[in-house]
Design a binder for this molecule. Sequence first.
Ligand SMILES: CCCCCCCCCCCCC/C=C/C(=O)SCCNC(=O)CCNC(=O)[C@H](O)C(C)(C)COP(=O)(O)OP(=O)(O)OC[C@H]1O[C@@H](n2cnc3c(N)ncnc32)[C@H](O)[C@@H]1OP(=O)(O)O
Length: 288
Amino acid sequence: MSLKQLFRQPMLRAMLGRQHIQALRSMTTQSDKVLVDLDPKTGVAVVQMNRPPVNSLNLEFLSDINNTLDKLHNDKSCRGLILTSSNNKVFCAGLDIMEMYQPQTDRLTEFWKTLQNVWMNLYGSRLATIAAINGHSPAGGCLLATCCDYRIMVQNFTIGLNETQLGIIPPFWFVDSMEGVVGYRQTELACQKGLMMTTDQASKIGLVDEVVTPEVVLQKAQNEMVSWLKIPDYARQLTKSQMKMPNINKLRARRDEDVQHFVNFITKDSVQQALGFYIENLKKKAKK
Ligand SMILES: CCCCCCCCCCCCC/C=C/C(=O)SCCNC(=O)CCNC(=O)[C@H](O)C(C)(C)COP(=O)(O)OP(=O)(O)OC[C@H]1O[C@@H](n2cnc3c(N)ncnc32)[C@H](O)[C@@H]1OP(=O)(O)O
């Protein structure tokens, strides 16, 4: 019997109720790289990034994240999203560097457009969003975290926009996301120097809101979510939108130009060389 047929069974429908069937259906249609557990009672979806070894963001993974966000946004029962990782050492290693090294222009363009979509979708989400950062979170990983409304991070990991250390530039919307959380001066220091901060350092500048032990990170996120969902959705959403729309509109207005800058920049010989060295070092370090 197919899942579709199974969901139509009157006995199953009676036992589980309509809401639960909907939640089950949405869970079973997700990709195996993005695991979704939507609790029909609370309306909170726990979304686990699950692309081993380090949840690096390649084109397909970004598309899966986007599809998941679309599904949750279209599901009226969903009110909150907790973003976390199935790997308890790495939340997200940022963009998949292999997408940017010796790339095909078409795929590189598609990759960047998809990342822009993920950013707009998560940063501007109608849902209350909490990042349960249960591991390292460099660059694009930090971007995902700063898209969320609240960040809870496990102690003794690192987070930051470290692009300049790779010889690349954090795009203006990465910078805007961080600035919205920690303000201009801390963003300037963090981005120009490509700082990877420990959880405690990040907490000191307000980049993370709470520092916790690994065992409690999800429970803390669930507890925090309860307080966000006590606020009427329309009031919270309109307040959020008022604050986030200027940055979203800024990227919308400069989308094509941003893609062009990215492609031109990444395909420069000097940038390819810097990425090549970085990958070599990463692989050497991984072998040790
Ligand atoms: C006029 C103005 C013009 C403006 C123009 C603007 C242009 C815009 C420019 C471009 C902007 C790009 C923005 C980029 C954003 C990014 O996100 S870049 C990626 C940054 N990420 C990193 O630097 C992280 C690197 N990884 C690590 O530090 C560590 O892996 C880790 C995350 C701390 C985890 O450590 P550990 O658990 O010890 O795992 P490892 O052993 O190191 O790694 C396991 C394997 O995974 C591979 N890997 C790691 N990270 C990545 C990655 N990001 N992409 C691809 N692959 C990765 C690593 O190499 C290992 O692989 P194997 O050796 O094959 O096992």
